[in-house]
Design a protein around this ligand. Structure first.
Ligand code: FMN
Length: 407
């Protein structure tokens, strides 16, 4: 779209993803060469100064994370790309990898140089077999061109569990174990894959790196919202005219995302709610639509940016029914390692089912609120901590939908 700003999707549709020469002709691998002529710490400082924050959900400062791995004393370090993309409604990483796999490899190779690693893994969503094949071909091309130097990359396919996108569960999965999260700390930059310092970054995070090195930290930091600069790739689903994806500066408001880029609600219906960031995102009412899609601005309204999934619901949707389906999803996806999540997601689904069936009372809603609060601070990983968000925010913002179903 004309109003888009494309950084990570800059080559989308312009180059053949399976022709490395196309990528090189478009300036590809200049940034890696530039980085190799710099001091390792200077590369990390540049990424830090750009204030690039993780695009996988947690929003951690990328350069800071790299600095931890750089400082860790070990002769073996790993660079891992999180391409699990298990979040329902999210397909941004797929768009990046399918259109421009070399930019991901270049971003990973710059990280490898900076932290002192020569081995990388791309953990690719199991349901993306064609993407995994494409990545393997892209890696072969990069190896035969010699552009990656001594940096070796392997593709590993996920096995379909949502929790395997959580960085420590992902590491367990690469090690060949059941994908369950580890207790943190230690965090992966200090002790990750096979107990070695490891960087786990999202596809979109890595794809930003070559452009940051090319155009400089100051340029990047000046784009979008200063607290979370740059662009974000968003994927639109639900009751929205343009079910599509696009890349916009992070200062773009939710309203513009839905009504300008998304083309508004089809069928002449009114907007009711939007859930941003995937299944564990908050449901946002109309009154908060002027919020920019930047990480901190979203936190201020009790929401998350997460993976950038935007799920729109029109006035005809029953939010109790939608939230009940989400609660079922979390019950199914809980790995069961910790009791608050294993038991909490089951009880949450049970109570939502009861209310949805018209058999619930106001006391059930109070129990749901208490359960949600306990889960958010006692679950081991982000899955259980965030699972209550849709329940708690629909109770708070769309209470009428619940009241209409109480006994
Ligand atoms: C249940 C769960 C699923 C996650 N799934 C993904 C995922 O599919 N892709 C991703 O990049 N991050 C995912 N994350 C976040 C990762 O744990 C981690 O924060 C991220 O990969 C770090 O990369 P970044 O700093 O570049 O965002 C998930 C977290 C949780 C708790």
């Amino acid at each position: 779209m004309a109003e888009e700003m494309r950084i990570v999707l800059r080559n989308y549709g312009k180059i053949d993803p399976l022709k490395i020469d196309d990528y090189i002709a478009a300036g590809g691998y200049n940034s890696l060469n530039k980085a190799r002529g710099m001091d390792r710490m200077a590369v990390i400082d540049e990424v830090k100064k750009s204030n690039l924050r993780g695009r996988g959900g947690a929003g951690f400062n990328c350069g800071q994370k790299w600095a931890f791995a750089y400082q860790a004393a070990s002769d073996i370090k790993y660079v891992i790309c999180n391409a699990d993309e298990g979040e329902p409604g999210t397909y941004k990483d797929r768009m990046i990898m399918e259109s421009d796999p070399q930019t991901l490899l270049e971003g990973m190779a710059i990280c490898a140089y900076a932290i002192g690693s020569n081995k990388g893994y791309i953990y690719c969503r199991g349901e993306y077999p064609e993407v995994a094949d494409l990545l393997k071909k892209a890696i072969d091309q990069a190896k035969s061109k010699g552009v990656l130097g001594d940096f070796d990359v392997e593709v590993r396919s996920g096995a379909g569990a949502y929790v395997c996108g959580e960085e420590t569960a992902l590491i367990e999965s690469i090690e060949g174990n059941r994908g369950e999260p580890r207790i943190k700390p230690p965090f992966p930059p200090v002790e990750g894959l096979w107990q070695k310092p490891s960087i786990v970054n999202n596809v979109e995070t890595f794809a930003n790196i070559p452009v940051i090195l090319e155009k400089g930290a100051a340029w990047y930091a000046s784009i979008g919202d200063p607290s979370y600069p740059g662009t974000k790739v968003l994927t639109l689903t639900g009751d929205i005219s343009n079910k599509t994806f696009f890349e916009v500066p992070t200062s773009t408001t939710i309203k513009d995302v839905i009504f300008q880029f998304g083309g508004g609600i089809p069928g002449g219906k009114r907007f009711k709610a939007v859930q941003i960031g995937g299944t564990s995102g908050a449901f946002i009412p109309e009154t908060d639509l002027d919020t920019p899609i930047a990480f901190d601005a979203m936190s201020k309204i009790g929401a998350v940016l997460g993976s950038g999934a935007v799920f729109v619901l029109d006035e005809t949707r029953d939010l109790v029914d939608v939230t009940c389906r989400i609660a079922k999803f979390f019950e199914h996806e809980s790995c069961g390692k910790c009791a608050p999540c294993r038991e909490g997601t089951s009880r949450m689904h049970e109570l939502m089912d009861k209310i949805n069936a018209g058999k619930g009372s106001a006391i059930d809603i109070t129990v749901l609120e208490r359960l949600g609060r306990v889960m958010s601070y006692s679950c081991l990983c982000g899955l259980g901590q965030a699972a209550p968000a849709p329940v708690l925010t629909t109770i708070k913002q769309f209470r009428a939908d619940y009241n209409a179903k109480l006994m």
